[in-house]
Design a protein around this ligand. Structure first.
Ligand code: SF4
Length: 337
């Protein structure tokens, strides 16, 4: 198998429905660029979604809506392999085989595991094992590069550790995947406190209509010191201004900052400008999403074709892994009695 482009990329996103600004700025934009230069596998990781609270009846719709977002932002099935994790059962098989070398102590030290398990009365094994499945996602395609946010670096380091341990035990085969860190940094939610996340309700959907974008953006927290309209503001600490930097044309930014500092423009007007730019930025993406939703069979066909391509690669990897791990009893010569 040859990796003709500059390397092989794998990345996945949990199906929380339509993507939001944090998904777009922190990951999807970069994925669209990477598919020009790298051989890319992009996956809706629904098997990861079941490790937390979720509703089985909502999950299919959330998978579909995220897939629509993938395609609407410009992930191109002609350039990338786009699929749903549970359509390729080799992911869970490889995760189980990696359990032979994955260190429990290190899994227990993962910050995300500690955060998510703290208040649980009974901790599901899947929560602990989550990074092992992530490792399988990546290494099933022998990906060299993984676009990640900084909060996922620890998991990726563990993936390298699992690759090293497996290679040491069964022979050099897997690459040690390296991170491609998002240049957007951490995208804060509209509350300005935590990472943008649907479960925290602090997001703006990328497919939202302009009125809905405004309804969300107008609630955004601004510089806490700018209590009255006449108080001078500090764009450098304001989360609305940090979003302006992504969506407002650069030539308009000095004015926005100056009018904030001089208290010559109020926060509501400033948010309105941001909301309009966000709506304008996503107009063609909304349009594409509308077309895709009107033709769900087209989306199904793309995901089916992606899963087929992914399965072909995955089977090749599993074949080699099984061989090296001694799961080839059928190859023994038949001993007659
Ligand atoms: S005017 Fe704009 S940048 Fe300044 S504090 Fe208000 S919302 Fe933030």
């Amino acid at each position: 198998m040859s990796h003709a482009k500059q390397g092989r990329v794998f990345s996945g996103m949990q199906p929380s429905g339509e993507a939001h600004l944090g998904n777009y700025l922190g990951a999807l934009r970069q994925w669209v660029e990477l598919q020009e230069t790298h051989e890319c596998f992009f996956c809706v990781v629904d098997e990861h979604a079941i490790t937390g609270e979720y509703s089985p009846s909502d999950l299919p719709g959330r998978v579909f809506d995220l897939a629509v977002s993938f395609l609407a932002v410009g992930l191109d099935p002609a350039r990338s392999t786009i699929f749903v994790q549970s359509d390729v059962s080799e992911h869970v098989v490889l995760a189980w085989l990696f359990n032979a070398v994955a260190p429990v102590g290190e899994l227990e030290r993962m910050t995300q595991y500690k955060d998510k398990s703290t208040n649980l009365e009974s901790i599901p094994v899947g929560l602990l094992n989550y990074p092992v499945l992530q490792t399988a996602d990546i290494l099933l395609y022998r990906a060299d590069l993984v676009p990640v946010g900084e909060d996922q670096l620890q998991h990726l380091e563990l993936s390298r550790e699992i690759a090293r341990r497996w290679n040491a035990r069964f022979g050099e085969y897997f690459p040690e995947p390296q991170p491609v860190i998002s240049r957007a940094g951490r995208i804060l939610g509209l509350d300005g406190n935590a990472k943008m996340s649907k479960s925290l309700g602090n997001t703006v959907g990328i497919l939202a209509e302009p009125e809905e974008i405004w309804e969300r953006v107008r609630t955004a927290v601004t510089d806490p010191q700018r209590v009255r309209r006449t108080d001078p503001g500090r764009p450098e600490v304001c989360n609305v201004y940090s979003l302006h930097k992504f969506f407002t044309p650069p030539e308009e930014l000095p004015d926005i900052a100056a009018q904030c500092r001089g208290a010559t423009r109020g926060c509501v007007d400033c948010k309105r400008i941001l909301s309009d730019h966000i709506a304008e930025h996503f107009a063609p993406i909304r349009e594409r999403a509308r077309d895709l939703k009107a033709d769900p069979n087209q989306v199904r066909e793309i995901l089916d074709a992606g899963a087929e391509k992914a399965r072909a690669e995955a089977r090749e990897t599993l074949e080699e892994v099984r061989e090296r791990m001694g799961m080839r009893w059928r190859d023994l010569p038949i001993l007659s009695t």
